[in-house]
Ligand binder design. Structure first.
Ligand code: ADP
Ligand code: MG
Ligand code: MG
Length: 885
C-alpha cells in the first residue's frame, strides 16, 4: 500500500485508497477528487493517516520508505509547477496542511509559504516582480512556522507587528511597504534566535520535515483530544498531511482569498454565501484581522455594506467560482464549504468539504435537494443528524415579549439563550457545572475556548465574521451565537464590559437571539417550538420509512400534550410517583408511609385515590385512545419521608401520632442501599393496598373517560423491578381482581394489559418464564444498566468520564446503550419472551429510548417501540426511520 498519494497535475487519481478519507483524510481526498474532475487545484501530495499512526507508535521516527516516497512526490509538484524547493532564483513554495478523516476545524495548524529563506525570498521577489509580496510572505512564514512547528508564543510576533505598524501610524497590514516587511523579518528572526537558542531554519527540506512532524504531533495535543472527546471521534484515526504548491492571494489587487458555502449554512437558502479579502492570504479571512467583504452583490446590498463584493470587484474570477460551485454540488450532491484563492485573476480551489449547517438549514437543504432531483427521499431522511433537531425543539424568543436590545451583531448561529455573562471559558464551565445558564462573552474565540463554548448556552463575540471560529464552532454545537457585535468592549482586569454603551459586570444576565443578532439585557420570555414546514416534511418522510413506534415518557397532561404535538403514538412510561410529590398530596403520602399498619395505610390511601384518579383521567383524555403504560409505585419509600420539622408536625396533626413516634417509624424505614432495597414490586408484594389503590384509580379513570368522551383508553399496567415470574403472577392477579371489581361497579368493560419492566439481569434471563404472565415487556435500561454493570448512576460521575476517555466503555453507558453487555441482556429478554408469547409487546423506556445509536440497536433486536422524553420524540422518529432504512 502506498504511503503517499500525489494529486493535481498529471497525477494518477485512480487508486481507490486515495478516495478513502480514512486513508487520505477529508481534505486530501477531496483535493484529489476536485483535481480528478478537472477543477483548478494546485498540485500536491497526501501522506496517509496510517503513516501518522506509525510515526506516533514509533515515538516520532520517519521510515526510510516514507522519506523516499515524499522525495518522489515532491518531484511531482516540482515538475508540474516548474520550480524547485530551495532554488534561490525561482523557488517552489508549499503549504503543509493537516486533514483527518473527520474535519476538526481549527484543531490542526497549517504552515504556509514553506521554502522561504534569506536567499529564496530574493528569488521570489525577482520572479514575481513584487518585493513587497515576497517579504510579506516571508514574515508570514516565520510567524506561522515559529508558532506551529517551533512552539514559540505567537503573541511575540503579533506584538512586534503591532509595534511596527504603530510606529508608522498604519492601521492595516496592507499599508506596510516592502522595506517595512523586510525590517520586520529581521526582527522576527531575532525573536526566534533569542527564544530557542538557534537561528530560524534556513534549509527548506529541514523546514518541510519539521512541518510534517508538527502536523503528526498535533494529533495528540490537548485541544485536539478535547475536541475528539466532545464529538465522539475516536483517538486512533490519525491525521493525513497535505503538502501543496502555494498559490498567492496576496499578490496585489487582482489577488484575493476567501471562504464560501454553496448554500446559506444558517437558513439553507439556495444562495452562494461567503466572504473574501483582496490582497490577503490564508487565514486572514477567518482571523478577524481585517473585516471581510461579501461574495455576492445581493448579500452586500442586503447588509447595506459599502465595499465592493467579489461579484462586483472581480466578475471573471467570481463567474468561474460560481461555475465551480455548481459542479461541486452536482458531484457531491450536498452543500459544500469551500476555500479558494485568486492569484492574479486566476481561481484556485484549496479545499471543499460537506458544509456544516444548522438544523434548520439541514432540513431545508435536504428537502430542496430532493425537489431538485439531486437526492432520493430516503437519502434526505438519512442525512439529517437526529440530535441536531434538538436545536429546533427548544423554545425561541417570544415575539410579544419586551426586548431591551443593547447591541446588534451578526446572526452567526440561530436559537435564543439567556444566561449569566462569563468572560472566559473556565468560568463558563465552572458556572455551568454549578447549574447556571451561562453566556460566554469573548473578543473572539479560539480552540482553547471550546470547553467553555460547550458549557455555555450561547456565545457572544466582539469581533469576527460569519465564518469566524466562534460562528463555525457554535453552529456545529448548536449553540446560539452572535458574532462581531461591535458594541462589545471587555475589561478583563475589572471583569466588566460595555455592551452598546451600557455597563455590565460578569454574572449579569443577558439574552442572545442568534437568528437576528440581537443582544438584550436581562432575560426575555420564550415560546414553544412548532413542527412545521421543512421539518414537518422530513418527519412525514421519516414516518413513512420507520417500523418502530415512538412513544413518550410523560406523567402530566401538559407533557402528554407536548409529546402528542411532536408525534408521540402513546405513553411508554408514566411514573406514578411523580404525581405524589405535589404539595397538596405529599402529606397524605407521608401519612401512608409512616403508618404502622395496614389500616393506617388504607386510611391515607383513601385520600390519595381521588387525586390519582383525576391524574389518570386527564392523561387518558389527552391520549385519546392511544396506549398508556402506567408504572405502579417504584421508588424506595424513604424518598417521600418528611424533610423538615414542619413536615413532621403536619403529619402529626393529620394522624394524631406524636412527632417522636413518627420519627422512630422514619428511622425504621432507613435503608443502606435503597436502590436495591424496599422498592418496586417489593412494595406491591408487602403492601398490596398501595397497588390496589393505584389499579383502582387507573380503571375508574379509564371507565370515566370511556363513558364521557367515548375514546376508550388503553391502559397498560406495568409492574416495576420484578426479578421472577412469581412476583409478576401475584401482582397481575391483584390488578385483574381490581379491574374486575371496578368494571362490575361501573358497568363498563375495557381492554387493558398487565406487563412488567425488564430492568434486572435476572428478569432478562428469566424472560421466558415471566412472559407466561406478562403481556408486555418494557426494558428499563436505566436500572438495567445500573444493575448489569454494578454502577450506581448517581455515583458514576466520579469515574465514568475517565472510563470513557480510556476506552473502557466506548460511550457513557447511561447515555448510549452498552450493546455488548446490557444490550445482550435485552437481546436475551426479547428472544426468550417471544419464544413463550409470540405476540408479546416489547418496548424500551430508559433514557436510551431517545438516543439515536441506542434506537438503532432497538431496531436491530426488533422492539415494537421506543419511548423518549417529549422533546426527544421527533429525534426518535427520525432515528427510528434511519435505523430502518
Ligand atoms: P484549516 O483546516 O484550518 O482550514 P487549511 O489547511 O485549509 O487549514 O489551511 C488554511 C488556509 O490556508 C486555507 O484556507 C488557504 O486559504 C490557505 N492555504 C492552504 N494551502 C494553501 C496553498 N497551497 N496556497 C495558498 N493558500 C493556502
Ligand atoms: Mg481549510
Ligand atoms: Mg427502574
Amino acid at each position: 500500500n502506498k504511503t503517499v498519494y500525489p494529486f493535481g497535475g498529471k497525477a494518477d487519481h485512480s487508486d481507490p485508497r486515495q478516495k478513502d478519507k480514512t486513508v487520505t483524510g477529508g481534505k486530501g481526498r477531496n483535493l484529489a477528487e476536485m483535481a480528478s474532475i478537472g477543477l483548478p487545484v494546485p498540485p500536491g501530495f497526501t501522506i496517509t493517516t496510517e503513516e501518522c499512526l506509525r510515526y506516533l507508535e514509533q515515538g516520532g521516527d520517519f521510515t526510510p520508505e516514507l522519506r523516499d516516497a515524499v522525495r518522489e512526490a515532491l518531484a511531482h509538484i516540482e515538475t508540474t509547477v516548474g520550480k524547485t524547493l530551495g532554488d534561490a532564483s525561482d523557488p517552489l513554495l508549499v503549504s503543509v496542511r493537516s486533514g483527518a478523516a473527520i474535519s476538526m476545524p481549527g484543531m490542526m495548524d497549517t504552515v504556509l509559504n514553506l521554502g522561504l529563506n534569506d536567499e529564496t525570498v530574493q528569488g521570489l521577489a525577482a520572479t514575481s516582480g513584487d518585493a513587497r509580496f515576497a517579504w510579506d510572505s516571508y514574515r508570514r512564514f516565520i510567524q506561522m512556522y515559529s508558532d506551529v512547528v517551533l512552539g514559540l508564543d505567537h503573541g511575540l510576533f503579533e506584538e512586534a507587528l503591532e509595534i511596527a505598524k504603530e510606529d508608522k501610524g498604519f492601521f492595516e497590514d496592507t499599508e506596510m511597504s516592502s522595506e517595512d516587511w523586510q525590517a520586520l523579518v529581521d526582527e522576527f528572526k531575532t525573536i526566534v534566535s533569542r527564544e530557542q537558542d538557534a537561528p530560524f531554519p534556513q534549509d527548506p527540506h529541514e523546514q518541510l520535515w519539521g512541518a510534517i512532524r508538527a502536523v503528526f504531533d498535533s494529533w495528540e495535543t490537548e485541544r485536539a483530544r478535547t475536541y475528539r472527546r466532545l464529538n465522539d471521534i475516536p483517538h486512533d484515526m490519525g491525521t493525513a498531511v497535505n503538502v501543496q504548491a502555494m498559490v498567492f492571494g496576496n499578490m496585489g489587487d487582482t489577488s484575493a482569498t476567501g471562504v464560501a458555502f454553496t448554500r446559506d449554512p444558517s437558513t439553507g437558502e439556495r444562495a452562494y454565501y461567503g466572504e473574501y479579502l483582496i490582497n490577503a492570504q490564508g487565514e486572514d479571512v477567518v482571523a478577524g484581522i481585517r473585516t471581510p467583504r461579501y461574495l455576492t452583490k445581493a448579500a452586500r446590498e442586503a447588509a447595506g455594506a459599502e465595499p465592493a463584493s467579489m461579484e462586483e470587484a472581480m466578475p471573471e474570477a467570481y463567474g468561474e467560482l460560481a461555475r465551480v460551485f455548481d459542479l461541486l454540488e452536482k458531484h457531491y450532491r450536498d452543500m459544500q464549504d469551500i476555500e479558494f484563492t485568486v492569484e492574479r485573476g486566476q481561481l484556485w480551489m484549496l479545499q471543499t468539504r460537506t458544509g456544516k449547517r444548522t438544523a434548520k438549514a439541514a432540513l431545508k437543504i435536504a428537502v430542496e435537494m430532493e425537489g431538485e432531483g439531486l437526492i432520493e427521499r430516503n437519502e434526505a431522511v438519512a442525512r439529517i443528524d437526529p440530535m441536531a433537531l434538538d436545536q429546533l425543539l427548544h423554545p425561541t424568543l417570544d415575539p410579544a415579549a419586551k426586548r431591551d436590545v443593547v447591541a446588534k451583531g451578526l446572526p452567526a448561529s440561530p436559537g435564543a439563550a439567556s444566561g449569566k455573562i462569563a468572560l472566559d471559558a473556565d468560568t463558563a464551565e465552572r458556572w455551568a457545572h454549578g447549574g447556571d445558564d451561562v453566556i460566554l462573552v469573548r473578543v473572539e474565540t479560539s480552540p482553547e475556548d471550546i470547553h467553555g463554548m460547550h458549557a455555555a448556552r450561547g456565545i457572544l463575540t466582539a469581533r469576527g465574521g460569519m465564518t469566524s471560529h466562534a460562528a463555525v464552532v457554535a453552529r456545529g454545537m448548536g449553540r446560539p451565537c452572535v458574532s462581531g457585535a461591535a458594541g462589545v468592549r471587555i475589561d478583563n482586569a475589572a471583569r466588566t464590559l460595555e455592551i452598546g454603551g451600557r455597563g455590565f459586570a460578569e454574572g449579569d444576565v443577558v439574552t442572545l437571539d442568534g437568528g437576528t443578532g440581537e443582544v438584550m439585557a436581562g432575560e426575555v420570555a420564550r415560546i414553544e417550538p412548532e413542527l412545521v414546514g421543512d421539518f414537518a416534511t422530513v418527519m412525514e418522510w421519516a414516518d413513512a420509512s420507520r417500523r418502530m413506534r415512538v412513544r413518550a415518557n410523560a406523567e402530566t397532561p401538559e407533557d402528554c400534550r407536548t409529546a402528542r404535538g411532536f408525534g408521540a403514538e402513546g405513553i411508554g412510561l408514566c411514573r406514578t410517583e411523580h404525581m405524589f410529590f405535589d404539595a397538596s398530596r405529599i402529606a397524605a403520602v407521608r401519612e401512608m408511609i409512616l403508618a404502622e399498619d395496614e389500616a393506617g395505610r388504607r386510611a391515607a390511601l383513601e385520600k390519595l385515590l381521588p387525586e390519582q384518579r383525576s391524574d389518570f383521567e386527564a392523561i387518558f383524555e389527552v391520549m385519546a385512545g392511544l396506549p398508556v403504560t402506567i408504572r405502579l409505585l417504584d421508588p424506595p419509600l424513604h424518598e417521600f419521608l418528611p424533610q423538615k420539622e414542619a413536615d413532621y408536625d403536619e403529619v402529626a396533626r393529620a394522624t394524631g401520632h406524636s412527632v417522636d413516634r413518627l420519627k422512630r417509624r422514619a428511622s425504621e424505614l432507613h435503608e443502606f442501599n435503597p436502590m436495591l432495597g424496599h422498592r418496586g414490586c417489593r412494595l406491591g408484594i408487602t403492601f398490596p393496598e398501595i397497588y390496589e389503590m393505584q389499579a383502582r384509580a387507573i380503571f375508574e379513570a379509564a371507565c370515566a373517560v370511556k363513558q364521557g368522551s367515548g375514546d376508550a383508553p388503553l391502559p397498560e399496567v406495568m409492574i416495576p423491578l420484578a426479578a421472577t415470574r412469581r412476583e409478576v403472577a401475584i401482582l397481575k392477579a391483584l390488578v385483574d381482581r381490581v379491574a374486575k371489581d371496578v368494571f362490575e361497579e361501573q358497568g363498563c368493560k375495557l381492554d387493558y394489559l398487565v406487563g412488567t419492566m425488564i430492568e434486572l439481569p435476572r428478569a432478562a434471563l428469566a424472560a421466558g418464564d415471566i412472559a407466561e404472565d406478562a403481556a408486555f415487556f418494557s426494558f428499563g435500561t436505566n436500572d438495567l444498566t445500573q444493575t448489569a454493570l454494578g454502577v450506581s448512576r448517581d455515583d458514576a460521575a466520579k469515574f465514568l468520564g475517565e472510563y470513557v476517555d480510556r476506552g473502557i466503555y466506548a460511550r457513557d453507558p447511561f447515555v448510549s446503550i452498552d450493546v455488548d453487555g446490557v444490550g445482550e441482556l435485552v437481546r436475551i429478554g426479547v428472544e426468550r419472551g417471544r419464544a413463550t408469547r409470540g405476540d408479546i409487546k416489547l418496548g424500551i423506556c430508559g433514557e436510551h429510548g431517545g438516543d439515536p445509536a441506542s434506537i438503532g440497536f432497538c431496531e436491530e433486536v426488533g422492539l415494537d417501540y421506543v419511548s423518549a422524553s417529549p422533546y426527544r420524540v421527533p429525534i426518535a422518529r427520525l432515528a427510528a426511520a434511519q435505523a430502518a432504512i
